[in-house]
Write a protein that binds this ligand. Sequence first.
Ligand SMILES: Nc1ncnc2c1ncn2[C@@H]1O[C@H](COP(=O)(O)OP(=O)(O)OP(=O)(O)O)[C@@H](O)[C@H]1O
Ligand SMILES: [Mg+2]
Length: 471
Amino acid sequence: MDDLSNRRILLIDDTPSIHDDFRKILTPPAADANSLDDLEAQLFGAQAKPRQQPFELDSAYGGQEGLNKVCQALEQQRPYALAFVDMRMPQGWDGAQTIERLWQEDPRLQVVVCTAYSDYSWEDLLERLQGHNRLLILKKPFDNIEVQQMASTLTSKWEMTARALLQMHHLEDLVEQRTEDLRQAGAALQQEIDERKQLENQLVQSEKLASLGQLAAGVAHEINNPIGFVASNLGSLAGYLEQISQLLTAYRQSEEAIAAPELRKRLQSLRESIDLDFLQEDIPLLIKESKDGIGRVEQIVKDLKNFSRVDSDQHWQMADLQQGIDSTLNIVASELKYKADLIKHYQPLPEIECLPSQLNQVVMNLVINAAQAIGPERGTITLSNGVAGDRVWLEVSDSGCGIDEQHLQKIFDPFFTTKPVGQGTGLGLSLSYGIVKKHGGQISVRSQLGVGSTFRVELPIRQGPHRPDPA
Ligand SMILES: Nc1ncnc2c1ncn2[C@@H]1O[C@H](COP(=O)(O)OP(=O)(O)OP(=O)(O)O)[C@@H](O)[C@H]1O
Ligand SMILES: [Mg+2]
């Protein structure tokens, strides 16, 4: 027996004698029935019949009382399976009204209408109650076995309906659970696909950057040699020209001593036509400017090599962050020149354990973003750095457009860009984020729309024992 078995019956009838009759029919004293069965088993050797669970009969003498009992039973979670309802009850609600109210409270209740005479035609009653599948009619005077059978069949029907309902809920739960599992599996798969796509794209991007860096370093290396001899030749040339100039001055001073007037005149007019004074003055200046120019090219080459750090082969190493920042600024100088003034608030930094070329990429991304955030009016980009405990920090501030509140959450996402197609791929910050994380550091942003933004990078001075693979 489980808790779906329900043999509870309510009789609603205003005639007390009917209640006695029902009691006799439905709840005979247990001993009688059982002892007869046992006797039969003993006499004829038949197996004792499985005993039916007895009915539990409650009485109500009017519709309202019946409804109260049904509500009470529901509250106690012991609903009735079946109600016998008298159709004609002159006091209070009649049978039809009672049944209507009962079903409003408990739609599962099976109902038998008991009647000798009805104020309604059966068609009207069925039409009104709309409960064709829960309603039987028992005409008075009734037959005992008919009442017993109805009670038996309808309580079983209640039980089966309850069981089917439970099963259905169970199945629905199962389907819901499976659907949810499938949905989650689908979402996890989609997330994995997205992550893979992002990783692939990041890989492509960083490979592109790495090969660009290699190219730059290769070109720098090639340029290095010719620049070396041009610089050294310029040095020699300056010395030679100085000597020649001294010689020319000596010649000029001895010009007056030349005896042949014609030769003297020719030399004089030649000197005036080439403006020897000016040449002697200008040549050292030209040489100096050329030396300066070559010096600058040498610096750019050095910065390029430093920036790409191909020499260092992407190893974790102790490196000077400041030097990396300055080289990177030199590389992007042409981007900044016409847009912003650069302000530096530097403090001496210790060398940090890092992948220098990757950190240079971060600085470059931040500085270029800062420059791009500055509108047509000239702005400022401020670089500050410092040490805090066992970490160093670097801030890149700009007086640019600032970042919309709703974008702040997304700027580190791969491919998030507010720049026109062709100008931004939306990978700069996401790559930078990855690099800083790889260093066990943090990158954060403060921004005010229309005022500017500050990106802050914090990096540990030393890596822990589990520093990741540079790649
Ligand atoms: N300094 C800044 N000021 C204002 N907005 C910024 C700043 N830095 C980043 N952003 C915003 O964050 C977005 C993402 O930046 P991110 O560097 O990742 O990509 P991008 O600059 O658009 O493209 P890419 O760097 O690939 O060329 C930018 O499109 C911009 O909207
Ligand atoms: Mg960018």
